[in-house]
Design a protein around this ligand. Sequence first.
Ligand code: AMP
Length: 404
Amino acid sequence: MSTSVLVINCGSSSIKYALVSERREDRIFGLAENLGSADARIKGVTTGGEALELSIPHADHEKALETILERLSHHNPQAIGHRVVHGGTLTKAELLTPEIIERIREATPLAPLHNPAHLVGIDATMRLFPELPQVAVFDTAFHQTMPSHAYRYALPKFLYTHHNVRRYGFHGTSHAYVSERGSMLAGSFKQGGWLTAHLGNGSSTCAIWNGQSVDTSMGLTPLEGVVMGTRSGDVDPSIHSFLASNLGWDIYKIDKMLNSQSGLLGLSDLSNDMRTLIEASEQGNEDAALAIEVFCYRLAKSLAGLSCGLPRIDGLFFTGGIGENSAYIREKTVSYLPHFGFNLSKDLNNNLKRGTEGRIDHGTGPQIWVVPTDEEGRIAKETEHVVDEVKAAVKKSDADAAIA
Ligand code: AMP
């Protein structure tokens, strides 16, 4: 493998990693899971494509990262790129310095499940590999171009000015990658108006004008927006007082219900997994069929709403586990958007090979594409970019000092 970037995504008890080569075609990737328990292990794939499974009983994040790096060190990673869900108002990827780490810490109340886990990973890699440049790439950064009428809530102003209560948006690396790649495939790189639908266990939509996010479905937290695997998406905010008054639920119970017991799982009372629901619905399960219908209808409604942010619509990109793999969901969603002139080709849609990119409309009206996302590749690219910028700045200041 040529020079490479190690991409790390730390969760509370797991670490996803990928070693991405400069040309981005070679990948070594894996997952350390059940960290802190007797069952802690690393599962992955080597460059040769062989499966790797390694037991690391009771390993914490630091031990797991040490083991991962030991196995990868002969590939000589040049930098580490950390996925960080919430960057607050940071607008781009940043070299990890004490100041940036503090900004990530300050954004913790806005992503209480994610940012603390990222900080554990950052802390461990900084101690283990002090010589490697490390960069934070934020899910929120791509959406920092949203205008204020898209990111402000209709709430008292002081909540925004004093407490940063606003819409941030998430899945930014995916929306950025997919819209860039898709617009390039369409022959209008970073030009025009595009809608993206990132549909996985977490789902969100985005409106992009000339390469910049102008609106997105997720808000202050990744709960707002479309129906997800276990997250409700939009609900009437009065649900909190209704459940508190009528069922005596406290805020934690309501939050847990909205985040972990709702969405496809809540509607179907069966599963958060779209594949399972499609199979169940084919066998006559009405709750599964309704969950799918609500998912597609709400998704179409979100896309139609976001279209207000675009002067014109050139097309729609589907991505994520569901968006890339389910022709059925794509067709059903587009069928709920009859006013936009989309002309989906059933043949192209049904025959698109799983995991591949391709155009699936008849060639009249706005385009429809499937574009597999590549968040790791995007994080690696942004990491390289930041490292190159820093090197160039150091070189310039050395040259200036020599002249002086
Ligand atoms: P992700 O979070 O992007 O990995 O996506 C996970 C979701 O993609 C799950 O709901 C899966 O059921 C769904 N998925 C993966 N393959 C398919 C498929 N062939 N048809 C429908 N849903 C799929």
